[in-house]
Design a protein around this ligand. Structure first.
Ligand SMILES: *Cc1c(COP(=O)(O)O)cnc(C)c1O
Length: 227
């Protein structure tokens, strides 16, 4: 498994490099988050030796389980929906929550971070593809968010995340990624500090090269690494 992983990672790195070159970007601007939801902890445990220290899970319980089983220097990313009753156990083990998809969740995170005496970084999940069934804040939700952001003292917003619709062709995700970047550029000047929209978490196995071309700073990859 380790050999196979190493080979797949090399291929992914090559594709990332190429996408960076096309976009005139540096590979160092992009963090590869390995989404380990399809593999067991013993496979995820092989990743640090390959240089992958940013690991992601979409389900909080699975993140807790793997975080407990793996070395403490791994940076865990929660990329899927967080139910409010799972916030307390998630905060201590998570470096970045990509999936803040409602004002209610943002307020609950602030309350729990204050209770635990922690500072927390999050991304706002945006439904940039405008699919009705999908989690995420709407593209026009900034006016409702500003007064809430103003009051946060433990939670810092540091970027935006989106999931493109599942498309047959990676190119079809481009408008969604471009919309997220546009939104970042429009919202950024209006955000009260210390909030700042520096990160764009977008791009999965099917479309990460397009996402890099459109400005992704975090790509979330599962299948292309683990099969
Ligand atoms: C599973 C998952 C990924 C990784 O998806 P792949 O297509 O396997 O690369 C990325 N982001 C989120 C939110 C996920 O749930």
């Amino acid at each position: 498994m380790e050999k196979k992983l190493r080979a797949r990672l090399e291929e992914v790195e090559g594709r990332l490099e190429q996408a960076c070159r096309r976009a005139g970007r540096l590979r160092s601007e992009i963090t590869l988050v390995a989404v380990t939801k399809s593999v067991a902890a013993d496979v995820a445990a092989l990743l640090p030796a390959l240089g992958l220290l940013d690991l992601g899970e979409s389900r909080p319980q699975e993140l807790w389980k793997k975080a407990a089983a793996l070395p403490g220097h791994i940076r865990w990313h929660l990329v899927g929906h967080l139910q409010r009753n799972k916030i307390d156990k998630t905060l201590p083990v998570t470096r970045l929550i990509h999936s803040v998809d409602s004002i209610r969740l943002l307020e609950a995170l602030e309350a729990e971070a204050a209770r635990q005496g922690r500072q927390l970084s999050v991304l706002l999940e945006i439904n940039a593809s405008r699919e009705p069934q999908k989690h995420g804040l709407e593209l026009d939700s900034l006016p409702a968010l500003l007064p809430v952001m103003d009051k946060l003292t433990h939670v810092r917003i540091q970027g935006l995340m989106t999931m493109a619709a599942l498309e047959a062709e990676p190119e079809e995700s481009r408008p969604t990624f471009a919309a997220l970047r546009d939104l970042r550029d429009r919202w950024q000047p209006q955000l009260p500090p210390p909030h700042a929209l520096k990160d764009l978490s977008m791009g999965m196995s099917n479309d990460f090269e397009v996402a890099v071309e459109e400005g992704a700073t975090l790509v979330r990859l599962g299948t292309v690494l683990f099969g």
